[in-house]
Design a protein. Structure first.
Length: 232
């Protein structure tokens, strides 16, 4: 009898402890901070395509064009140039007869100096074509902006938590869970420039990078504390 009473007492204490740990007055919500930022990084692709009956001749023409392009790019210290795709493949005609060879090659340009990039692209268009241009936010700029947006999103989260606490008549609140993630990043889309002339000098294009929208989201759960302590 004493043993049963003792076990009943332990069970009651156990249930009480579980009840103490049960969630109460918990609210899930999220907040967001957004900002429009100017794109400060230009990325462009220049390409060249040649054909000849000799694969060696195709390779020579491609190499000559690329070497000349990289040499011109070296004079623009604010523009980063690197080699891109490079391929040579056979061209077949009627009766599956080998008619010749075609080769393509690319170089990629990257710069924060839009004016210098435009001048270089204008020079390179004498022998190459501008395949595409995109504008985005540079990695270091993006990191700085993300840190700033995190602070803003957290401040918005705290403000909303305080509003919820006040609306529910609580004396305070505690954060149960919180998560931070980038809500969205929307850069300028790639602009297809198509095939552009390769004859004579080409006027340097003028670029405007446009803007991108960045958002940072904070989602979490808070637990409202009543004025008299924990309510059950």
């Amino acid at each position: 009898m004493i043993r049963v009473a003792f076990l009943s007492g332990l069970l009651a204490l156990s249930l009480s402890a579980v009840a103490e740990n049960e969630p109460y007055n918990r609210v899930d919500f999220n907040s967001e901070a957004a900002r429009e930022v100017a794109n400060d990084l230009l990325q462009a692709t220049m390409s060249v395509e040649v054909s000849d009956r000799s694969p060696a001749r195709v390779a020579q023409m491609l190499n000559t064009t690329l070497n000349d392009a990289l040499k011109k790019a070296a004079a623009f210290t604010t523009v980063k140039a690197s080699s891109g795709g490079h391929s040579t493949y056979p061209i077949y005609g009627k009766s599956n007869h080998l008619d010749g060879w075609r080769g393509t090659a690319q170089i990629r340009l990257e710069s924060r100096d839009f004016k210098a990039a435009g001048e270089l692209i204008g020079q390179l268009q004498e022998s190459m074509q501008l395949s595409g241009v995109s504008f985005t936010v540079a990695p270091d700029t993006r990191r700085q902006l993300e840190n700033s947006l995190i602070s803003e999103a957290l401040a918005a989260f705290k403000k909303r938590a305080e509003t919820i606490r006040e609306s529910l008549g609580g004396s305070g609140y505690r954060i149960v869970h919180i998560g931070i993630n980038q809500g969205g990043y929307y850069p300028q889309p790639m602009m297809d420039r198509g095939v552009m002339t390769m004859k004579a000098a080409v006027a340097a294009p003028e670029f405007s990078g446009g803007d991108s929208n960045m958002t940072m989201q904070v989602s979490g759960t808070i637990e409202i504390i009543s004025a008299k302590g924990v309510e059950k």
